[in-house]
Design a protein around this ligand. Sequence first.
Ligand code: GLA
Length: 405
Amino acid sequence: MTNKLLLSLGFIAAALVLGGQAHAQKFDQLAKTPQLGWNSWNTFACNVNENMIREMADAMVSSGMKEVGYEYINIDDCWHGERDKQGFIQVDKKNFPSGMKALADYVHSKGLKIGLYSDAGATTCAGRAGSRGHEYQDAVTYASWGIDYVKYDWCDTKDINPKSAYATMRDAIYKAGRPMLFSICEWGDNKPWEWATDVGHSWRTTGDIYPCWNCEHNHGSWSSWGVLPILDKQAGLRKYAGPGHWNDMDMMEVGNGMTEEEDRAHFSLWAIMASPLIAGNDLRNMSEATKKILTHKDTLAINQDKLGVQAMKWIDEGDFEIFVKPLEKGEFAVLFLNRADAATTYSLDWAFHYMKDDISKHEIFFDKKKFNWRDIWSDEKGSTAEKLTINVPAHGVRVLRLIPQ
Ligand code: GLA
């Protein structure tokens, strides 16, 4: 082979590599703060249809959720029909007789966005058609319907490589040309936090949630988890979260059977951990208590803070834990969690405490730097110049916002 020929082959190879890289992107402007929305699975499982989805979009508006920032209406598993002769996915015509484009148009007409669910394997977790081998076709189809969000699951994936499987769908979405938030759902099995920053906008960190405070719900070959087990599984993950790439603690169970105190704690914890906040209840008939929790502006502001730093566990006293989330403008959110079955009173003499966050590079000597605080649920106010004595209900939280004096 002549040198000239070798050189041109080299150029071609480099062009191919670079060309490949040019497509290896996710849509960068999405999920700069954790995504806010609703998903069908926790309440409806496979019982999804277009009327219910329309009503949910209506309820997101009428409940005031849209006004405080909720945006996505996500249809989880079971919207799928068969693939056509060319391999293009169809909707389940019985439950979605008007088609997905019409439904997306409706959701958009409410000023909201719409999401769909698929799976990296040949079949979804509920046995519908998965995207394996059809990734580019599916992404183009979703784009043509006007879809804004893709949740991508990990059932029936056999021995395929997770990083390549998710990167393939990411590339397919990018190629389809419509910005679609890419929500990775492989339950944390392959540590997506280590490889998915450039692949998805969020990744599930655990198996499925279950509406209980501190339980493991055994399904035989797999388990789903209550609020505390999911929280505990976040240990060590906060350094991987940031604008555009979040640790997803799963769709919420607020309004799905826990006590009001537990629901408030669940919501506050997901918020301070900078998890996507995706409601999983029936928005059409929420109790006032549920609505108040889901639309609580001060909690949402902590979750949506532009700094995009996940909370750290600052103090661990077994059943009593304190989490701190650095916020913009030198402010902090401080969450007191009582995991136990009885209410407790905790005393904190700020002046004797020091807080250091290696990730966001914040450090506070509370004897030197003073803050005013406000309890974001009760509106009680105070200052870190004085010792704090705080009552925290059983299975509950108190959340203070600290503002520099
Ligand atoms: C998996 C996911 C759930 C849900 C179901 C649908 O279990 O983790 O969130 O999407 O599949 O079948």
